[in-house]
Design a protein around this ligand. Structure first.
Ligand code: 13P
Ligand code: SF4
Length: 310
C-alpha cells in the first residue's frame, strides 16, 4: 500500500507543474482516487480537449495518452509507465492497414477506427469511434461507401448488428475481453439469477448474447445506477469495479473471478502505479512525442468524432 507521502508528493508536484491527472476506469483504485478526472476513452478525450493546464499526466495506456497529445499539441503529456501498451492496438499495425487499403484502392473504403489503435492507424482513418459512441457514428457513415472497421472485430460486429450497417471487420481483438468465456458467465448467471449481466462490447458474441446490457465502461455506471437491481455481474476489466462501488454505493458488483480465466485484468493498465505517477510528474517523463505531420493527420478523424458525437 503506498504511503501517504507519495500521495502528498503527487499533489504538490501537480500544483507546481500546473498538471491535471486523467485516469481511465481500469486504473488501480489508488490512481483513480487521486485523479482529477476518471472516465472511459470518450470522456477522457473530451476532458483532454477541455483541460487548462501545462501538463497532462495520463494514467491509462499509450494510445490514450497519444490521443490527449493529438488534441493538446501545446501541452506536455506524460504516461507513468512508458510500456503501457494495448494488445488490441497491436493487432492492427499501421503498415498492414496501409497495405490493405492500397491493395483495395478500388473499393474506396470509409475507414472507421476504434480509438484503441496507434496514431499511425488513426492517421489512415476517416473517423474514430469509442465504445461509447460507435453506434451513433457508424450510423452516420456515408451510405455510398463500403466501411472498413478496425481493429476490434467484436466491437465492429456488435455495432454492425445494432445499426444494420454491413462492414468489413479487421480481425483484431483485446486479450482481456476475448478471454471471457460464455460458460463461466452462464454459471454466474445461474448462481446470481437476480443480477443483470453487464458486458463490454469488446467481448465475443457468445458472451454478449448472455448480457442484459452491452455498453462502454462509462455507460455501465448509468445502467447500474438506474437499474433497480441489488447486484450486477460485470464482464470487463476489473478496475471498473472500484469505480462502480464508489459511484453506485449500496449495490453489489460481481466480477468474473480471476482464477476462472486469464481475463479480468489488463496487464498494461496495471503497469501504472502511484510511485510512477509521482516520478512522471517530477521528471516529466516518459513523455509522449509525435511528429507534427502525423499528429495533424490523426487529429482530423478525432475531431470528426468529437463533432459527430456531440
Ligand atoms: P472504453 O472505451 O469503454 O473506455 O474502453 C477502453 C478499453 O480499453 C476497453 O478495453
Ligand atoms: Fe487494450 Fe484490452 Fe487493455 Fe483495453 S483492456 S487497454 S483493449 S489490452
Amino acid at each position: 500500500m503506498p504511503t501517504l507521502d507519495v500521495r502528498e508528493e503527487i499533489l504538490r508536484l501537480k500544483k507546481e507543474r500546473r498538471a491535471v491527472i486523467l485516469a481511465h476506469s481500469y486504473q488501480r483504485p489508488e490512481i483513480q482516487d487521486i485523479a482529477d478526472f476518471v472516465g472511459d476513452s470518450l470522456a477522457l478525450a473530451r476532458a483532454a480537449q477541455k483541460t487548462e493546464c501545462d501538463v497532462i499526466a495520463f494514467c491509462g495506456v499509450r494510445f490514450m495518452a497519444e490521443t490527449a497529445l493529438i488534441l493538446n499539441p501545446s501541452k506536455t503529456v506524460v504516461l507513468p509507465d512508458g510500456d503501457a501498451a494495448c494488445s488490441l492496438e497491436a493487432s492492427c499495425p499501421a503498415d498492414e492497414l496501409a497495405a490493405f487499403l492500397d491493395a483495395h484502392r478500388d473499393e474506396n473504403y470509409y475507414v472507421i477506427a476504434y480509438v484503441n489503435c496507434s496514431v499511425g492507424v488513426k492517421a489512415l482513418a476517416d473517423v474514430i469511434v469509442t465504445s461509447g459512441n460507435a453506434r451513433n457514428i457508424v450510423a452516420q457513415a456515408p451510405a455510398d461507401r463500403p466501411v472498413l472497421f478496425v481493429p476490434d472485430r467484436n466491437l465492429g460486429a456488435w455495432t454492425a448488428r445494432l445499426t444494420g450497417r454491413g462492414m468489413t471487420l479487421w480481425q483484431g481483438a483485446c486479450h482481456v475481453h476475448e478471454a471471457f468465456e460464455a460458460a463461466k458467465i452462464a454459471e454466474l448467471r445461474e448462481r446470481y439469477p437476480d443480477a443483470p449481466v453487464v458486458v463490454h462490447p469488446e467481448c465475443r458474441e457468445n458472451v454478449r448474447l448472455l448480457a442484459d446490457c452491452v455498453c462502454s465502461t462509462e455507460k455501465m455506471i448509468g445502467y447500474c445506477r438506474e437499474s433497480g437491481a441489488e447486484r450486477f455481474i460485470i464482464v470487463t476489466e476489473s478496475g471498473i469495479l472500484h469505480r462502480l462501488r464508489r459511484l453506485v454505493p449500496g449495490r453489489e458488483f460481481i466480477g468474473v473471478p480471476a482464477e476462472s480465466c486469464s481475463c479480468g485484468e489488463c496487464r498494461y493498465m496495471k503497469l501504472n502505479t502511484l510511485e510512477k505517477l509521482r516520478d512522471a510528474l517530477l521528471t516529466l517523463s516518459p513523455r509522449i512525442e509525435l511528429p507534427e505531420e502525423l499528429r495533424k493527420r490523426a487529429e482530423r478523424p478525432l475531431l470528426r468524432m468529437l463533432e459527430l458525437s456531440r
